[in-house]
Design a protein. Structure first.
Length: 127
């Protein structure tokens, strides 16, 4: 059964088969922070088209960071929390610091999904 692209991006899966792991380790494992594997362990897709392929994912992470900031702001509105401007800014900064490793990982995942096409038949071919 095929998995959705949202699942694949959020759970850091291979963009081609959506089964294999994308990162060497968990995003919060700081020693190996957001290191992308060389190949997909399931379909053998090479994750980097060229050296420093993932540098461009930095632009994606700005966008994801802004989305997190907006989400925090909206949550304070939904829950009617009146922190004042400084409080809201502080909450946003704290949320960004906490989610930073994951933002970096998801941004690389989005970047890869942008360049590689989903091909569920690849696993059958490999098997
Ligand atoms: Zn794969």
């Amino acid at each position: 059964m095929g998995k959705s692209i949202v699942y694949s991006i959020l759970f850091l899966k291979c963009p081609q088969c959506r089964e294999g792991e994308f990162l060497e380790a968990h995003p919060y494992k700081l020693s190996n922070m957001n290191k992308v594997k060389k190949n997909c362990p399931k379909c053998q897709l090479k994750y980097s088209i060229e050296p420093s392929f993932y540098t461009g994912s930095m632009y994606v992470s700005y966008g994801v960071g802004i989305a997190v900031a907006v989400a925090v702001y909206v949550l304070t509105l939904i829950f009617g929390l009146d922190f004042g401007p400084t409080g809201i800014l502080t909450s946003i900064v704290i949320a960004l610091i906490i989610t930073m490793p994951y933002i970096g990982a998801v941004s690389k995942s989005i970047w890869a999904h942008f360049f590689f096409k989903y091909d569920p038949s690849i696993l059958k071919k490999a098997a």
